[in-house]
Design a protein around this ligand. Structure first.
Ligand code: B12
Ligand code: SF4
Length: 513
C-alpha cells in the first residue's frame, strides 16, 4: 500500500444472509489496500426486512464500531428504509465515525436518504470508498452524495465502473465477520454455523455484474441510466477467478453440496467463455448447481454445452412474469416470443432439468385479455411437454406480487396513473400486508386475487389436464365474474383467515406431486 493512513471501517448490513456480494466486494478491496474492516450482519426473527433493530442490537453495533473511522451501512431493498434511518442516526450519535449509506435503493433515490444521512454512495462502492477514506475535500470524492454546511445537497459525478477482474476474490474474514441476533453477537470464528446455514441452497456466487435488459419494474432499468458513460455495465468475472472463489468455498464450507449462481443472467457470457467456465467447473468443482437465466441468452447451444459437460443442474430459473404480449411490451418493456420461450422450456425439461418460471401476479394493469393469453400459453406449454413425454413435475411457477420500487420506471408510471399514491412506500413497502401468507418475503402473494385461482389452472394445463376447464375459463365473462368474486372483501377475508391458499396448494400437489 502507498503512504496513506490505515483506517478502521465497520460495514453493516440488514440481512442474516452472509452473501452480501456488494459489501463483501468492498471489504475485500479495502483489506487489499491494508485497511482494517469488520462486517456485521443484523437480523430480526420476525419480518426481518422491515422491522427495526432492538436496543441490544443498536448498542452492540455502536460498541463494535466505536473506534471506527467510517461506518458503512448497506441497504438491500426499500423495505429496509426505516432500519436504515434508525441505524444511521444511532451510529451518528453513539460513535465517532462518519456514517455512509450505500446499496441499490440509495443509488435509485439518493436524495431521499440525504434527508437524514450525512453521506451516501451514488454508485459502486469500491473506488468510492477508497477515495472517501483518503480525501478531506468532499467535492473531490467521486460517487459521493453529501450535504454542505448550509444543508445543500451535492451529488458528485461517479467514478468509472470497476474492473471486476482486478478485484480480489471475496474471502470471509471469520474473526471479523459478525452475526448479530436479537440476543447475541458472535463472530464466524466463534460460531461458523450461521454461514453454513446460508449455504443450505449452496455457496452463493455473483459472477456477472449488470444485466443487459431494462425491465420497467427492476432496479437495472434505472441503474443503466445512472451508469451511462461510466463504462461497460455487463461485466463477467473471468472463469478462472470464478473457479478460484469456488475452490476457496470448498475449503471453508464443510461438506459443501451445491453452488448457487446468483447472477441476474448466468448465460450472459459469450458461448466460448461459457463453455470454458463449465468445463473448468466440472474438472475442478464438480458440484450440482442452480442458476437464473433469460430465455434469450440461454440458447439451445448453451443448453447443449451443459449437457455435453454433464453439469448437474438442480434447477434453473427463467422469468416469464406474464405471457401477455401487451403487458410485456407496453408495461414491463420485456422482449417476449411465446414460441421460442416454449421451445426453450421444452428443451430444458426434456433433458430432465427442473425449470422454475417466475411469474408476477396481482398486477393492476392486467385484465381479461391478458389472463386469456396466459391460459393459452400454459395450455401450449403443457401440450409441448406431453409431446416430449417429459414430466410436468419439472416445471414450477414462482409467484410474486407486483411491487413498485421508487426510482423505477413502473413506479413513476403507476404514480402518474393514480394506481399508487405518495403514501405507497410507507403503507405498502414498509408495512406487513395482512394477506401475505409468507413469513419471509414481502414479494409474496399479498392478497386473494384471480391469479391464485388461475395459478391452479396453469398447473393443471402444464400437466396437460383440464382442457374442459380451459374452454370455460377462456370466456371473458367467466373471468370477469371470477375476478369480481376474488375482489370481494369476504373472499379476501376468508383467504387470510382460513388459509384458503392451502386448498390451491393441494391442487398443485395432487397433480404435480
Ligand atoms: C442477491 C440479491 C438478494 C439477496 C441478498 C443477499 C444479501 N445479503 O445481500 C437476497 C436473496 C437475500 C435478496 C433478498 C431480497 N431482495 Co434482492 N437482490 C439481489 C440482487 C439480485 C443482487 C444484489 C447484489 O448483490 N448485486 C451485486 C453487487 C456487487 O452490487 P450492489 O449490491 O449494487 O453493491 C454495490 C453498490 O450498490 C454499492 N454498495 C452496496 N452496499 C453498499 C454499502 C456502502 C456503505 C457503500 C459505500 C456502497 C455500497 O457498492 C457495491 C459494490 O460495488 C439484486 C438485483 C441486482 N442485480 O442488483 C436484488 C435486489 C437488490 N433485491 C431486491 C428485492 C426487492 C429483494 C427482496 C424484497 C425480495 C424478496 N424475495 O423478498 C428481498 C429483501 C431482502 C432485504 N433484507 O431487504 C430489489 C431491491 C429493489 C429496491 N429498490 O428496493 C433488487 C434491486 C432487485 C430488483 N427487483 O430490482 N436479494
Ligand atoms: S431481465 Fe431480470 S434482472 Fe434484467 S432488468 Fe429484467 S428483471 Fe431485472
Amino acid at each position: 500500500m502507498s503512504q496513506q493512513k490505515v483506517s478502521k471501517i465497520g460495514l453493516i448490513t440488514c440481512t442474516s444472509n452472509f452473501f452480501t456480494f456488494g459489501l463483501r466486494s468492498i471489504e475485500a478491496h479495502l483489506k487489499n489496500l491494508g485497511h482494517e474492516v469488520l462486517i456485521i450482519n443484523c437480523a430480526r426473527k420476525e419480518d426481518n426486512t422491515i422491522s427495526l433493530l432492538n436496543s441490544f442490537q443498536l448498542k452492540a453495533l455502536a460498541e463494535r464500531c466505536f473506534d471506527c473511522d467510517v461506518v458503512g451501512l448497506s441497504i438491500i431493498s426499500a423495505h429496509n428504509l426505516k432500519r436504515a434511518e434508525q441505524v444511521n442516526n444511532y451510529m451518528l450519535e453513539n460513535t465517532k465515525a462518519k456514517v455512509v449509506l450505500g446499496g441499490v435503493p440509495v443509488i435509485l433515490d439518493p436524495k431521499y436518504f440525504l434527508k437524514f444521512a450525512e453521506f451516501v454512495c451514488l454508485g459502486e462502492g469500491e473506488i468510492f470508498f477508497e477515495k472517501f477514506l483518503q480525501c478531506e475535500d468532499y467535492s473531490a470524492v467521486p460517487g459521493l452524495g453529501y450535504k454542505t454546511g448550509n444543508r445543500e445537497v451535492v451529488l458528485n459525478s461517479l467514478p468509472p465502473l470497476v474492473n471486476v477482474n482486478s478485484l480480489p476474490i471475496p474471502r470471509f474474514d471469520f474473526a471479523n465477520t459478525y452475526f448479530l441476533t436479537e440476543e447475541t453477537i458472535t463472530s464466524l470464528a466463534e460460531d461458523p454455523k450461521p454461514l453454513n446455514a446460508c449455504c443450505s441452497m449452496g455457496y452463493r456466487i455473483f459472477s456477472i455484474r449488470g444485466c443487459s435488459f431494462s425491465c420497467t419494474y427492476c432496479a437495472n432499468n434505472k441503474l443503466k441510466d445512472v451508469y451511462k458513460g461510466s463504462g461497460t455495465i455487463v461485466r463477467p468475472t473471468h472463469p478462472d477467478k470464478v473457479i478460484e472463489e469456488l475452490e476457496y468455498a470448498k475449503e471453508i464450507i464443510p461438506n459443501l453440496h451445491q453452488v448457487f449462481i446468483s447472477d441476474d443472467d448466468f448465460a450472459a457470457r459469450p458461448k466460448d467463455e461459457f463453455e470454458y467456465l463449465i468445463s473448468e467447473y466440472q474438472k475442478k468443482i464438480n458440484l450440482p448447481c442452480t442458476f437464473y437465466s433469460k430465455w434469450q441468452t440461454f440458447t439451445e447451444t448453451k443448453i447443449d454445452i451443459i449437457l455435453k459437460h454433464k453439469l448437474k443442474v438442480v434447477w434453473l430459473k427463467i422469468g416469464l412474469e406474464s405471457a401477455s404480449l401487451r403487458i410485456n411490451k407496453s408495461f414491463y418493456k420485456r422482449p417476449f416470443n411465446k414460441k421460442v420461450f416454449i421451445e426453450r422450456c421444452r428443451h430444458i425439461v426434456s433433458n430432465n432439468i427442473t425449470l422454475k418460471i417466475d411469474m408476477i401476479f396481482q398486477n393492476p394493469y392486467e385484465g381479461v385479455p391478458d389472463w386469456i393469453e396466459n391460459i393459452y400459453f400454459f395450455r401450449e406449454l403443457g401440450q409441448g411437454i406431453a409431446l416430449d413425454r417429459s414430466s410436468p413435475k419439472l416445471v414450477q411457477l414462482g409467484q410474486f406480487s407486483l411491487r413498485f420500487y421508487p426510482g423505477t420506471e413502473l413506479y413513476d408510471r403507476a404514480m402518474n396513473d393514480g394506481i399508487i399514491d405518495k403514501d405507497y412506500v410507507n403503507d405498502v413497502l414498509l408495512t406487513r400486508n395482512e394477506y401475505n401468507v409468507s413469513k419471509k418475503s414481502p414479494y409474496a402473494i399479498t392478497m386473494f386475487s384471480i391469479d391464485i385461482v388461475l395459478l391452479s389452472l396453469y398447473y393443471l394445463l402444464i400437466a396437460n389436464k383440464a382442457n374442459l376447464l380451459c374452454r370455460i375459463f377462456r370466456k371473458p365473462f367467466v373471468l370477469k365474474l371470477l375476478n369480481w368474486f376474488c375482489s370481494n372483501s369476504l373472499f379476501r377475508f376468508c383467504w387470510s383467515r382460513f388459509r384458503l391458499h392451502s386448498v390451491f396448494s393441494k391442487i398443485k400437489r395432487r397433480f404435480l406431486g
